[in-house]
Design a protein. Structure first.
Length: 226
C-alpha cells in the first residue's frame, strides 16, 4: 500500500487552500461583488474535481503527487513560457470578472453552463492522463526508469494533458460570462504550442522510444489537426 508522507499532505492542502483563496480574490475583487454567480459556479467546477483528484493521488500515487508539487522549471525557455502563460491566464480571468462588472459582453445562461461542462470535461481528460501516466510531472523532465506511455489518451495525441488544459482554457471565458475575454485565448494557445515544441525536443533526446512513439501517434494536441 502506498503511504503519503505527512509533510506532502500538508503541502498539498496548503496549496489547495491558497489556490482557492487566490482564485476567489482574482474573480470577486475585479467583479466588485460576491454576486458574480458565474464565478461561484466556475470555482465549484474547478476545485471540487481538483480536491477529488488530490485525494485519489494521496491514496494511490504519492510519487506522482510529489512530482505534481514541483513548480520550478529547469529549462530557461520553459521558465519564460510558464511565466507568459500565467500572465495571460490571469489576465483572462480578471478581464472576464471586469466584463461582468461593467457588462461589456454578457454571455447567455445556457452558454455559461455549457462552457462549465466543457471545463469539467477538460479536467476529466487531465485525470485520465495522470491515471495512465504516473510520470506526468508538472515540470519538464525525464525521471529515472521513465517509459513511454502509448495507451489511453496517449493513443490519440502525444500530449493529452495539454489537450485537456486547452479545452479548459478555451471555455473558461464563456464559463465566466465573457465573450471579450476570449481575445486572450490565442496567446494562451501559443504558449501551449511553444511549451510542447520545447518539451518534445527534450523527450526525443532523453526518453528512450519517444521518437518511435511519435511516428505512431502523429498528432501532438488535437487529433487530425496538430
Amino acid at each position: 500500500m502506498n503511504t503519503t508522507p505527512p509533510g506532502l499532505v500538508v503541502t498539498v492542502l496548503t496549496r489547495f487552500i491558497g489556490g482557492l483563496l487566490f482564485m476567489s480574490a482574482v474573480l470577486f475583487i475585479p467583479a466588485g461583488t460576491l454576486e458574480y454567480w458565474q464565478g461561484w459556479v466556475y470555482i465549484t467546477v474547478l476545485f471540487i474535481p481538483m480536491f477529488a483528484v488530490l485525494v485519489y493521488l494521496v491514496r494511490n500515487d504519492p510519487a506522482l503527487l510529489a512530482r505534481r508539487m514541483q513548480t520550478k522549471e529547469k529549462v530557461t525557455e520553459q521558465k519564460i513560457i510558464i511565466t507568459l502563460s500565467g500572465i495571460f491566464c490571469l489576465a483572462c480571468i480578471i478581464l472576464a470578472a471586469l466584463d461582468f462588472r461593467f457588462g461589456w459582453s454578457p454571455v447567455p445562461f445556457w452558454l455559461v453552463i455549457t462552457a462549465d461542462i466543457f471545463v469539467f470535461l477538460g479536467y476529466l481528460v487531465f485525470f485520465w492522463t495522470i491515471r495512465e501516466n504516473s510520470y506526468a510531472s508538472r515540470i519538464i523532465e525525464v525521471a529515472a526508469e521513465q517509459q513511454v506511455i502509448a495507451s489511453g489518451p496517449y493513443s490519440f495525441v502525444r500530449h493529452p494533458m495539454y489537450a485537456g488544459a486547452l479545452l479548459m482554457f478555451l471555455f473558461t471565458p464563456l464559463a465566466l460570462g465573457s465573450f471579450i475575454a476570449l481575445l486572450l485565448f490565442p496567446p494562451i494557445l501559443l504558449t501551449i504550442i511553444l511549451r510542447i515544441r520545447n518539451e518534445e525536443k527534450l523527450l526525443a533526446r532523453e526518453l528512450d522510444g519517444y521518437a518511435e512513439y511519435c511516428t505512431k501517434t502523429r498528432y501532438r494536441l488535437v487529433p487530425g489537426i496538430w
